[in-house]
Design a protein around this ligand. Structure first.
Ligand code: 16G
Length: 240
């Protein structure tokens, strides 16, 4: 409840209260929250204070406004742990979500200099270029472009790519995926990402560039993924 004698500002107390209602499920995703007037009456506080709290929750992505309708609870972000090298399919299954892909293009191309360099290949060596939208419970989460040396990751088909690339590499090709190095950068979505991720122009995306290696140290993939920043966050634990 709200404690008017507390040194904690009232707007902040209300913010925390709404946040815990979202966390414990008493306010669900896509639910319309009470109006400013209702909150003001319920807690005997000013509408300005309510607005302050709600504005902050909108800014932090817990709530969103719909013109002429009201303020709704946003879908909470998918948390992706940065420990462990996992595939998109594994990540989503672990969360109880259904992974799927929409293939945008799939071809073999000669590797450009920067791609060849990162994959430890000679320029123009044939590589698969795979562009797919990755979805969780049918909601687009990321646009991913993957480059794989064609004479190492053999026999790829659309069917395989529509399921799990890592599963194919490990189970069918019996290659041991070992480690990856990754860069994460914040940018605003490019036009094609806006379209494929169904987000608004200028929305933030998390850009990930990953090079992954087999057990013997051979680089086997170079991936550029653009994740929706409104639905995804990366978490990791640090030991000292
Ligand atoms: C993830 C990986 C990507 C990998 C893919 C395989 C990141 C940033 N990227 O999306 O490197 O190729 O999983 O997924 O996590 P799949 O086995 O489901 O095809």
């Amino acid at each position: 409840m709200i404690d008017k004698n507390s040194p904690v500002p009232i707007y902040h107390q209300l913010e925390e209260q709404i946040k815990s209602q979202i966390e414990n499920g008493s306010l669900e995703a896509d639910e319309l929250i009470p109006s400013e007037r209702e909150y003001a009456e319920r807690y005997q506080i000013s509408r300005m204070t309510v607005r302050h709290a709600i504005n902050n929750l909108v800014k932090d992505g817990f709530l969103h406004r719909q013109k002429g309708k009201g303020t709704y609870v946003s879908k909470q972000k998918v948390e992706q742990k940065l420990q462990g090298l996992t595939s998109f399919t594994e990540d989503m299954l672990e969360r109880g979500m259904t992974p799927s892909s929409r293939l945008l293009s799939f071809e073999i191309i000669p590797a450009s200099q920067p791609i060849a360099h990162r994959l430890g290949l000679k320029e123009n060596t044939p590589v698969y270029e795979i562009r797919r939208i990755r979805l969780a419970d049918h909601v687009p989460m990321a646009v991913e472009t993957t480059y794989l040396p064609a004479n190492l990751i053999k026999g790829l088909t659309e069917d395989i790519i529509n399921q799990s690339l890592y599963k194919y590499i490990e189970e069918k090709l019996t290659l041991n995926i070992s480690e990856a190095s990754q860069e994460i950068e914040a940018t605003s979505a490019k036009d094609h990402e806006v379209k494929h991720l169904q987000i608004e122009k200028g929305s933030p995306v998390l850009l990930i560039l990953r090079t992954s290696y087999l057990e013997d140290g051979t680089p086997f993939e170079l991936v550029r993924s653009a994740y929706r920043a409104d639905r995804y966050k990366f978490v990791h634990t640090m030991k000292r």
